[in-house]
Design a protein around this ligand. Sequence first.
Ligand code: ASP
Length: 343
Amino acid sequence: MKNWIKVGAFACAVAVSTLTQAETEAPVAIVIHGGAGTILKANMTPEMEAAYLAKLEEAVRHGHTLLKAGEPGEKAVIETIQILETSPLFNAGIGAVYTYDGEHELDASIMHGGTLNAGAVAGVKTIRSPIAAASAVMNHSPHVMLSGKGAETFAELQGMTPVDNSLFDTTRRKEALDRAKARMEKAGVTHGGQQGNERFGTVGAVVLDAEGNLVAGTSTGGMTAKRFGRIGDSPVIGAGTWADNASCAVSATGHGEYFIRYHVAADICSRVKYQGLSLDEAANTVINDVLAEVGGDGGIIAVDSKGNIATPFNSEGMYRAKIDTEGNVAIGIYGEWGERLNP
Ligand code: ASP
């Protein structure tokens, strides 16, 4: 149970005293992340740590409440991610990292494991909730991914009022941009390769809903000081997000270029589906063997159709929270490199 904070058996208390007619008895589960990277206790104030834990707990409990009420997994994923998109703590929506040019370009995707339908937006600047826009692409267009201005126009046609890009500004991320640009200048590079500690906070959620459907979603501002319209793994179906009822649902966070090249989210589910590996084995192999070997840092959250959960990461930490099919709640931030953190 190391590196997780036990918050109590949520459903136990509920089951005894307040279980209402509306609450499903079907197994439901949810796992969320708020980014992975060099997250060290030494660099965290007690106030910051408490703020992260509280927001993760609020988000995971909200999603779980919806699932227990029998709501579709898609709704649970969207609303859970929206809690994190509106928190300045995370690199998604408000609090998104800055591009080299001092703006925010947001990416998000969602996938439904029952239908294999998927939707994504990439490089959008005026959409308040990219995960909601990704869902609109999935449900109200024949496409899977829309980008840039076209995606913004589509979102507007879907009734989403555009917002000014400055809505996503935070001082903390601006300072991170300044640091990244100073490093780039010192190293004499014009783009990429100079990520310090600045990127963290991509958010994601994966759920098993009462109908037995798996749904995954991811939302991010990408990497600090990104340039030339760079898009990471988060909106790429199969890389940053994947869901298939026949195997698992995955949301990833980390150095996106590696996650795209190694097709991380879908690779984990393919190993479950075709090699018959357990979710834990498949997820740990891809994150701690395949990716770690080539220097692709990051982690994933995953759930399978039985409600098994895996949360491996090969970086120092990953903000994460989960509520399993028994209603047990756990929240974690830190961990050691390569350690198998699945309790
Ligand atoms: N995967 C994201 C990207 O490369 C960043 C992250 O998850 O930290 O855009």
